[in-house]
Design a protein around this ligand. Structure first.
Ligand SMILES: [Zn+2]
Length: 74
């Protein structure tokens, strides 16, 4: 009789999986994707004809990251 209560206690202590609805994650996923694309643009394409800012300060600021990620540079 006492042994039959042990499995019930174990069942009650089982962790309940956390459910996160996609609807809650979607805005943050879109935000992270846009932020990532902006970062990739500034590291990989902000130079020459595709530059949004005059001068080379953005290119020089992200220069090490450009070489680290393997973007063609010079
Ligand atoms: Zn370079």
């Amino acid at each position: 009789m006492a042994q039959s209560a042990v499995p019930e206690q174990r069942a009650a202590q089982q962790p309940v999986p956390l459910r996160v609805p996609v609807r809650d994650i979607l805005p943050w996923a879109v935000f992270a994707a846009v932020l990532g694309l902006v970062l990739i643009y500034f590291v990989g394409a902000e130079q020459g004809a595709t530059s949004l800012f005059s001068g080379t300060w953005v290119h020089e600021f992200t220069h090490d990251g450009r070489h680290l990620l393997g973007f063609p540079c010079h």
